[in-house]
Design a protein around this ligand. Structure first.
Ligand code: NOJ
Length: 533
């Protein structure tokens, strides 16, 4: 597999792509996306210019949280394929110069994992301490005030032993006890298992929360939980001092880092913290995680001042550690969040172009290359447990509808009569086939952008810096002999070009069209330019 141009680590100039496997491509005709379907579509990713693909969980799972509840860390869930399919995925991806990241879920297992079934057998089980158990509070209720991300308390009572177990997500996702050395050793082996099979690294789920406060103390409560609050509002009513981001949490990844180093593998953690100084601890020094999803960029709406401030803060505080994702399978798509339609898509493209001139790793979520907003599940269909279990909560189905490959009732996603998440068909203009080779389509513009990146990324040979601007809505990033200028305002504006000879090589408004510039350049409203020196 190729190194980074200039001999750096391979991820320093790589572009990533998230595949939400069950919605990407169905290769077996049962209505669910799978590994054979992904293999069939690798050519699309290669033509797009992707270097590394993160594949959402495919391990055996009862599916309470669509795969984020793992019952066996060393196999493939039959609807997704077999271990032989995984091996073929790695081989076929590598043959195209694409690396593969496995989504590892270490914060919790499925309640049907043999470890938890053993732990449930009682306090004498040698797996009991692999999970977090506590006696009830004096009133018989949960041992502390922690709430689950998915609604209700983070504790479920086990009538057999008379104790509660902890789960930051669903009761079907009991949290592991990362203070137990046997849990750490078990995951060392799991990491090696996938690396030995050829994986190029991991996307690490809920990496910010593996360790909890040793005494499981109450979180300070910031406000009353409003009656009928959705899970996120309930969650935000607390300061999460004790259930997430403990001071010693990054240490777990220092241990993983030594394993990853043996394989030249990438550790990309989900660090869902909004305090970027705290985020920085996970990547600083490069001896823990290599890259993080800090998540704000995946949920922020189009408030240009806030978007600009968030990008600046992340770039200056976390810098090379950032994986620049503006979209993922947990939040409405950016086109939808940024105002919808062409406007939402143009705004998303500004950030995608800008991220190439920032240190870190640009990431796309499947369908982002088509400039599409959220899909529409058919009336009455709800799959996401957040929506199913909480009256009135929107849930995450809209960003998870099947990838539109072609026109037709199932958009070329499956040959089955219906998909796992039945959704309204998208028009041809929102599909891969409808956009391929069509001048100016979102797909072609993304291909131009990433194709250009491949040709010029050797010029990104210095750490990125943000150049000063008088205008808060103008971001100018310089990375070696590459510059990106993003104008987030609704008006065209002049931007100063650094001294020297520069040519505009990409405009998010109208694609490529090389021209030299000197002194200053006019940047159209809500657009980005890329310049090479
Ligand atoms: C984050 C994942 O992205 C999300 O889909 C999942 O529900 C939670 N972690 C729990 O594993």
């Amino acid at each position: 597999m190729p190194d980074a141009p200039g001999g750096g680590r391979w991820w320093e100039t790589a572009v990533g792509y998230e595949v939400y496997l069950r919605s990407f491509a169905d290769g077996t005709g049962d209505g669910t996306g799978d590994l054979p379907g992904l293999i069939d579509r690798l050519d699309h990713l290669e033509a797009l210019g992707i270097d590394v693909v993160w594949v959402t969980p495919f391990m055996p799972s009862p599916g309470a949280d669509h795969g984020y509840d793992v019952a066996d860390y060393r196999d493939i869930d039959p609807p997704f394929g077999t271990l032989a399919d995984f091996d073929r995925l790695v081989a076929e991806a590598h043959a195209r110069g694409i690396r593969v990241l496995v989504d590892i879920v270490p914060n919790h297992t499925s309640s049907e994992h043999p470890w938890f079934l053993d732990a449930l057998s009682g306090p004498a089980s040698n797996k009991r301490d692999w999970y977090l158990w506590r006696d009830p509070a004096p009133d018989g209720g949960p041992p502390n005030n922690w709430v689950s991300y998915f609604g209700g308390p983070a504790w479920t009572f086990d009538p057999v032993s008379g104790q509660y177990y902890c789960h930051l997500f669903l009761p079907e996702q009991p949290d592991l006890n990362w203070r137990n050395p046997d849990v750490r050793a078990a995951f060392d082996d799991i990491l090696r298992y996938w690396l030995d099979r050829g994986a190029d690294g991991f996307r690490i789920d809920v990496a910010h929360s593996l360790l909890k406060d040793p005494d499981l103390r109450d979180n300070p409560q910031l406000s009353e939980i409003p009656p009928g609050a959705d899970p996120m509002n309930a969650f935000l009513s607390f300061q999460h001092l004790h259930d997430m981001d403990q001071d010693d949490n990054p240490g777990i990844f220092r241990r993983w880092n030594t394993i990853a180093a043996e394989y030249d593998a990438l550790l990309l953690g989900e660090i869902a913290l909004d305090d970027f100084e705290r985020v920085r601890r996970y990547t600083d020094g490069g001896d823990a995680l290599h890259r993080v999803f800090a998540l704000r960029t995946t949920w922020m709406a189009w408030n240009p001042a806030y978007v600009a401030e968030s990008v600046r803060d992340l770039a200056t505080t976390v810098g090379p550690g950032v994986a620049w994702a503006f979209s993922c399978h947990d939040q409405p798509r950016p086109v939808t969040r940024f105002g919808g339609g062409v406007r939402g898509a143009e705004r998303t493209m500004v950030l995608s172009a800008l991220s190439l001139a920032l240190d870190g790793m640009p990431f796309l979520y499947q369908g982002q290359e088509l400039g599409i907003g959220d899909g529409e599940p058919l009336t009455g269909i709800r799959e996401d447990p957040i929506a199913v279990r909480n009256e009135g909560a929107a849930g995450r189905d809209g960003c998870r509808t099947p990838m539109p490959w072609a026109e037709g009732s199932q958009n070329g996603f499956t040959t089955a009569p219906t998909a796992w998440l039945p959704s309204r068909a998208r028009p041809s203009a929102e599909t891969v086939e409808g956009q391929r080779s069509r001048d100016g389509s979102w797909l072609e513009r993304h291909r131009e952008l990433l194709g250009l990146w491949r040709r010029v990324r050797h010029l990104a040979d210095r750490p990125a810096e943000l150049l000063p601007t008088d205008d808060d809505l103008m971001i100018i990033a310089r990375r070696g002999r590459l510059v990106a200028i993003a104008n987030l305002s609704e008006h065209p504006a002049d931007a100063a070009v650094p001294e020297g000879d520069w040519s505009v090589v990409f405009s998010s408004r109208d694609g490529v069209g090389e021209r030299t510039v000197e002194g200053a350049v006019v940047v159209p409203a809500e657009s980005a330019l890329l310049l090479r020196g």
